[in-house]
Design a binder for this molecule. Structure first.
Ligand SMILES: *[C@@H]1O[C@H](CO)[C@@H](O)[C@H](O)[C@H]1NC(C)=O
Ligand SMILES: *[C@@H]1O[C@H](CO)[C@@H](O)[C@H](O)[C@H]1NC(C)=O
Ligand SMILES: *[C@@H]1O[C@H](CO)[C@@H](O)[C@H](O)[C@H]1NC(C)=O
Ligand SMILES: *[C@@H]1O[C@H](CO)[C@@H](O)[C@H](O)[C@H]1NC(C)=O
Ligand SMILES: *[C@@H]1O[C@H](CO)[C@@H](O)[C@H](O)[C@H]1NC(C)=O
Ligand SMILES: *[C@@H]1O[C@H](CO)[C@@H](O)[C@H](O)[C@H]1NC(C)=O
Ligand SMILES: *[C@@H]1O[C@H](CO)[C@@H](O)[C@H](O)[C@H]1NC(C)=O
Ligand SMILES: *[C@@H]1O[C@H](CO)[C@@H](O)[C@H](O)[C@H]1NC(C)=O
Length: 518
């Protein structure tokens, strides 16, 4: 009689010490309808509990059951599940011995998790798309593409868990996908997941964590900023935008402290196993640390990779695939707004991705989908279908290793001066239109090509297989130094750039290249 009494007294004294924060639960981004990373990787699962207790985590499906028992240390328990093939649904239960409580997640699928981040063109919702009605009507046909969205939060220090959730793990519905403008759910993220599902035919989990108007510095750690000579804390006052301006401020400049979004919206997610990430950002750096973006962006990718790998105990690949959208267009007739430089810097100044500096990346070119009439401002083109389609081609080739998927437009390998013309050799056959003059040649005896005054427009005179020939400008052969292509913010009309892949689908990205002489 006495022993159980003492035992229960001890137990109640014991539990009263613990606050509500130590009630057994999963961390904020584990929920019903979620997708966990499928085999061969192992999904990491973690949550909160009573320090000293043991938590048993069990996974049960139609024919498979596994249980892991783990201790709660400093209020946190964590386990790595055995690898599970794509499919479901499963039930995931965590039970804590001391309190005899358990929490259960139902309708859990295994598939590939993709993180979607960046600024307003990533936040841009399915409801804002061109053909939104059709896209929203299709949503419920893809119940295995699941969505989750982190709330907009900033923090001065690294958070363990998300401070808020905008959309808990859900099956897609028209209401969730077409929520309030720039709130939920990301069109690029959703279309990427849906197109990918159509190829892979197994569950896809989409984790949206993005915020309009934000520079790359806000998403970067101090350690990666230091690598690029950038200060790790900004001296400006923290920016709290009025609601209308919350997602994009027409004045592109950084009002964000460095690392605040890394701290609040990326760091908490590191412990989740993911397949890869996609990113649509750069506008906010067009006039803010623009010349450093060729360092800060690749450094952020490296740093995220290292951190997700470490945070998942090695389950997320150290070189996980990272896709991004090269900036589209903003201002017509403007060469000085920084977009052309940012596009180039997005590729670490290679012009294409993947490249030596940015391995295992892929890029969707968007320069040929300008949108002067966008109701959301010209900086937010309404056509995200093309962008997402191009990203998925990149993912299929780079992330999934499909051998015969072409995902890159033509890129030049050499430009040569001939007697009367300049020939540009591409890495693949091209389809070109002759009546455009989007090529410029730098004529400068002392190779001063930094000034726009030294660049002369020249027309394309013919093309054949992988060669494009442009006119020689009226200057001396000795002064002819370099060629550049699409080197303005807004060079072409919709789908009207001069050079595409031979099937007409993939535009040549902007480039700048030295001219060799015979
Ligand atoms: C634990 O909970 C189960 C189910 O509610 C109950 O049957 C059992 O008696 C409880 N055990 C203790 C020690 O409270
Ligand atoms: C929008 O719908 C029209 C009519 O079906 C179609 O021609 C067009 O290609 C669609 N646009 C996009 C970007 O999907
Ligand atoms: C943009 O913001 C900066 C900093 O607040 C300010 O100095 C600048 O004048 C603004 N530019 C425009 C075009 O509003
Ligand atoms: C980045 O671009 C700037 C400005 O064009 C240039 O000075 C610098 O050398 C580039 N850095 C890297 C790492 O490419
Ligand atoms: C998540 O990963 C970070 C970075 O490796 C680590 O500091 C943190 O302790 C991990 N959190 C949990 C709950 O395992
Ligand atoms: C840009 O230039 C074109 C051609 O000169 C003109 O038709 C267009 O209206 C200009 N756009 C703006 C926004 O000034
Ligand atoms: C890739 O190859 C397969 C099988 O040969 C073919 O069915 C498919 O159409 C090809 N895909 C592309 C994009 O060329
Ligand atoms: C210029 O190009 C033509 C046609 O490709 C070629 O026949 C000729 O040899 C070239 N001349 C020089 C100087 O490279």
């Amino acid at each position: 009689m006495l022993i159980p009494l003492i035992f229960s007294l001890v137990l109640s004294a014991f539990s009263s010490v613990f606050s509500a924060a130590e009630v057994l639960r999963f961390s904020s981004y584990y929920g019903n309808h979620m997708v966990l990373q499928k085999a061969p990787a192992k999904a990491v699962v973690w949550g909160f509990g009573q320090t000293g207790a043991k938590v048993a985590v069990s996974l049960s499906g139609s024919h498979k059951v596994s249980t892991h028992s783990v201790p709660v240390i400093n209020g946190i328990w964590r386990t790595t599940l055995n690898p599970v093939e794509a499919g479901g649904p499963y039930i995931l239960t965590a039970s804590q011995s001391t309190t005899n409580t358990s929490v259960t997640l139902t309708d859990v699928l295994f598939g590939d998790i993709w993180l979607c981040s960046g600024q307003s063109n990533m936040a841009f919702t399915v409801g804002q798309l061109i053909n939104a009605t059709e896209e929203l009507a299709m949503a419920s046909k893809f119940p295995d593409v699941r969505i989750f969205q982190a709330a907009l939060e900033k923090s001065e220090k690294e958070l363990t868990d998300l401070a808020g959730v905008e959309v808990p793990w859900s099956r897609p519905t028209a209401e969730l996908l077409g929520g309030k403008e720039f709130s939920h759910f990301s069109a690029v993220c959703w279309l990427f997941g849906r197109y990918l599902y159509e190829t892979l035919k197994y569950p896809i989990g989409l984790v949206e964590t993005c915020w309009g108007g934000t520079p790359v510095e806000a998403w970067s750690t101090p350690r990666s900023l230091h690598k690029c000579g950038l200060k790790s804390s900004m001296t400006s006052v923290p920016y709290s935008p009025p609601p209308v301006q919350r997602y994009f401020s027409g004045n592109i400049s950084a009002k964000w402290r460095s690392s605040v979004l890394w701290n609040a919206m990326i760091h908490p997610l590191l412990n989740m196993t993911i397949t890869g990430a996609i990113w649509y950002q750069g506008e906010a750096n067009a006039d803010y640390n623009r010349d450093e973006y060729n360092c800060s962006f690749p450094a952020m990718i490296d740093d995220w990779r290292m951190a997700f790998h470490e945070g998942s105990d090695g389950q997320t690949a150290l070189d996980f695939p990272f896709g991004f959208v090269q900036l589209s267009t903003f201002r017509q007739n403007d060469t000085l707004d920084g977009f052309r430089e940012i596009r180039w810097h997005q590729t670490a100044d290679y012009g294409f991705a993947p490249n030596e500096r940015m391995k295992n990346t892929f890029m969707a070119v968007a320069i040929d989908v300008p949108d002067i009439k966008s109701p959301w401002g010209s900086i937010h083109p309404e056509d995200k279908q093309d962008v997402a389609y191009r990203l998925v081609l990149g993912a299929r080739a780079v992330a999934y290793g499909e051998k015969n998927v072409s995902f890159q437009g033509p890129f030049p390998t050499q430009a040569m001066l001939n007697q009367s013309f300049i020939s540009i050799v591409f890495n693949q056959d091209v389809k070109a239109s002759l009546d455009k003059d989007f090529f410029e040649i730098c004529c400068s005896e002392d190779k001063k090509c930094g000034s726009d005054n030294n660049w002369l427009h020249v027309p394309i005179i013919k093309y054949c297989l992988n060669y494009v020939f442009v006119s020689k400008p009226p200057c001396t052969a000795a002064s002819i130094t370099a060629v550049r292509y699409l080197w303005t913010d807004w060079p072409c009309p919709f789908k009207g750039c001069p050079i595409y892949s031979s099937n007409g689908l993939l535009p040549a990205p902007p480039f700048i290249l030295a001219i060799t002489k015979p």
